[in-house]
Design a protein around this ligand. Sequence first.
Ligand SMILES: O=C(O)CCC(=O)C(=O)O
Ligand SMILES: [Fe+2]
Length: 348
Amino acid sequence: MSKMAAVVESGEDAFKQLFKFYKRRKPPPDFSDVIDFSEHRCTGKVVPLKLNPSAVCDAAAYRVGLHPARDWRAYGLQGYPGFVFISNPFRKGSQPFWIRQCLKTYPQKPNVCNLDMHMSLCDTQDIWQRSVHSLSSPSLPRRQEKSLLERLRWVTLGYHYNWDTKLYSAEHHTPFPSDLETLSQQIALGCGFSDFEPQAGILNYYRSDSSLGIHVDESELDHSRPLLSFCFGQSAVFLLGGTQRQDPPTAMYMHSGDVMVMSGQSRLLYHAVPRILPAPPALLSPELQNLPASTPPEQQQQQQQAPPSELEPVSEQDWAVCLRYIQSSRINVTVRQVLGAGQSFPQR
Ligand SMILES: O=C(O)CCC(=O)C(=O)O
Ligand SMILES: [Fe+2]
């Protein structure tokens, strides 16, 4: 019997027990049952998935930093219809743009973040500028106080999720970032969703000891729309369970650049992140090269004009700060459609 099976059989609530198992530090758990899609092996429950590459135009994918959709490596899991795992579809040199957006741009007003809950608007006005100094000075003596960026836990976009009521509302809404909207729509198109409207986003910022508890994302009013999840930086163990909180979950790694789509029968499954793990250097280091994103290497050699890209280059100074942050952190971005076509919020 594997170590994990022994853990599960010892009690009723299989999900809680596996969550604790993977969260444990001493002694560290046996990770051998965790599915690693980056190994591109279709063993056990993993099945290759055929997406719909012709629905995604190469130039549109290119503009948001993605490989052509025919090159995306997509997998499904037996027993989880509607679940799609796309193993890092990002072109080399494009992740730095998205990481910079998550750290410098999206935490800015009018978006909402955890720091707003107990700080004045004036203090949360420029999280990036207020953090740059301490994050770019490796030689500073042990710092007394963490920078704002290090204290950032979540940012919400579009219809801002209310963590207390678990509701979205028409009143609490700001424009959804157009670059993230376009990226999400390209992924959705490849997965067969031609009319996906990104309306809400939740960014989670994880330090090496962070975790995210067992939950289901059901606050959106239209569950026929997929939920997209993008991950950057350090790796994580992700647990995908069933429709009941205690159903035993499947464990998988999420590495930087991986994209997950929860749709159809998998849209309302319980899930959690029990553990952040150092990214395997061979997977992360090549992705963190801040290449000029607008010029693919093959075109540089041919001295041709690169196609237009939405990815504004990341300055060396900005990248130094991002790199320092991401070396010990993970960022996850989930994108959701809240309302179906023609739907509105119920009157309260
Ligand atoms: O960090 C992750 O991979 C999961 C995030 C998540 O489940 C959520 O934001 O609802
Ligand atoms: Fe979630």
